[in-house]
Design a protein around this ligand. Structure first.
Ligand code: ADP
Ligand code: MG
Length: 452
């Protein structure tokens, strides 16, 4: 395969993540790479109108993507028609192309180029996390180690983590850095153990312990996996003792991750732990603005406000809604004008369902999920200590957030008596008064439920 095909494949991945599906499918997907030199990349299409639109609207986005793949070296993208004779164009760029090796490394290291500090919007909800992330990226290993970022789904933890990685790389391309999800770490460990005869475990250790920076995402999935916890503990210690930087994210504070060995909890919490909460309206609008600009689309502030008002809890979901509006506008007669009316029509079905209504069942499910129980467990008669407490917390939150009667709450928990519910409400209330930590856990769960 020609090298430019590989470049284009990688660039397509980036473009796919930056453009809406509709734009990507219509204008980008069909382009065919035909040649590449040191500073030019040539793409071909059969259609004049595609050439025109791409040149007019997307050429810079494509150039950025290819330049990234090419180790951030500037590149000119030219769109030619299949009928054109390109020998003359390529004449202009005689120098032979040398693939830029570093970039391949970067990709292997799991970093996603699209998540940077430049396109991360700072608000009250993530100010601290952002500041710590920037500090870490400037001086890996010497400021906050480990840096532990936690918070609900879709609030920018993964984005910040990649931003750290990308920044570290920008400052020092030689750094040995790896981004892995907790799942990948676990799977690699399992296959290393299976490959015992081929020095699997040794290679695994070597790979992780020679790193300068380890970014490990969604560590909560390590709960219950004792073997992985053990190995991670040793990896952690080894890197930490050598002054190497470790960054970890999770959906909750280390002390609230179930079934984690005490020594690991204390390691995880031993550096800087910072939570990210949901962004306020202003920040949400700013995020939408950034996402729209990134796609080269200008949207009225009124429309952005409407979207930001409608989706409160989760940035990822909000982005999805924005994409729907943009895609919808492309289908209408006046694609450059996204009016409030148009947005409302586009989102008729989507908004409302995007934020789940808080019901008893929703609370039960959230609490059960938080403590790794099932809904059936919660509504059963089983009375192990942890389960009984989770049940009481769920009852307490139903009472607090929904103002349901004790009787109807009891009924929804597999037919418990109203006095049981009353007892639960009192017990949890008392515990909150007695222990700050318990109180924080309850308010964390509450935040997950209400999305505030
Ligand atoms: P998490 O890892 O916390 O579940 P992600 O980092 O995957 O969330 O973020 C979800 C989406 O929201 C991403 O596309 C990310 O770029 C975007 N996002 C979240 N917070 C911000 C922010 N402050 N500025 C810009 N984009 C954000
Ligand atoms: Mg994430």
């Amino acid at each position: 395969m020609e090298i430019y095909n590989e470049y284009w494949e990688q660039a397509l991945e980036i473009l796919k993540s930056q453009l809406s599906e509709l734009i990507f499918d219509t204008w980008i997907k069909g382009l065919v790479p035909v040649s590449m030199t040191n500073d030019a990349f040539i793409l071909e299409t059969e259609f004049t109108f595609i050439k025109e639109v791409v040149e007019d609207k997307y050429i810079e986005t494509i150039e950025r993507a290819i330049s990234f793949v090419n180790g951030r070296r500037p590149i000119n993208v030219k769109i030619v028609l299949s009928s054109d004779d390109i020998s003359e164009i390529t004449e202009d760029y005689r120098e032979e192309i040398k693939p830029y090796k570093n970039n391949v490394l970067r990709m292997e290291n799991g970093l996603m180029p699209r998540y940077t500090f430049e396109n991360f919007i700072v608000g009250k909800n993530n100010q601290m996390a952002h500041a710590a992330a920037v500090a870490v990226s400037q001086n890996p290993g010497s400021s906050y180690n480990p840096l532990f970022l936690y918070g609900g789904v879709g609030l920018g933890k993964t984005h910040l983590m990649h931003a750290i990685g990308n920044e570290v790389y920008k400052n020092n391309p030689k750094v040995k850095l790896l981004y892995v999800s907790c799942e990948t770490f676990t799977n690699e460990l399992i296959s290393a153990i299976r490959n015992k005869n081929n020095n699997g475990p040794e290679k695994f250790r070597q790979k992780y312990r020679e790193l300068d920076v380890l970014l490990i995402d969604d560590i909560q999935f390590i709960s219950d996996k004792i073997g992985t916890q053990e190995e991670f503990f040793f990896t952690f210690n080894d890197l930490w003792e050598k002054g190497k930087q470790i960054v970890i994210t999770s959906d909750r504070h280390p002390s609230n991750i179930q079934n984690l060995t005490d020594r690991l909890v204390s390691r995880l919490a031993s550096g800087m732990t910072i939570d990210i909460s949901s962004p306020d309206l202003e920040t949400r609008v700013a995020i939408l603005q950034e996402k729209a600009e990134n796609q080269g689309i200008n949207i009225d502030i009124e429309v952005l406000n409407y979207i930001a008002e409608s989706v409160k809890s989760n940035v990822r979901e909000m982005e999805g809604v924005l994409t729907t509006v943009i895609a919808y506008s492309k289908l209408t007669s006046n694609p450059n004008e996204i009016t409030l009316d148009l947005a409302m029509t586009a989102l008729k079905d989507k908004i409302g369902s995007s934020k789940p209504e808080i019901t008893i069942e929703y609370i039960q499910n959230t609490v059960a999920g938080y403590y790794n129980f099932t809904l059936e467990d919660l509504c059963s008669k089983k009375k192990t200590k942890d389960l009984a407490l989770a049940r009481q917390i769920a009852m307490y939150l139903c009472r607090k957030l929904l103002n349901e009667t004790l009787v109807s709450i009891g009924n929804s928990f597999g037919g418990k008596d109203h006095s049981t519910v009353m007892h639960a409400v009192e017990t949890v209330g008392k515990k909150i008064d007695e222990s700050i930590e318990f109180g924080t856990t309850i308010s964390d769960i509450e935040k997950i439920i209400t999305g505030k």
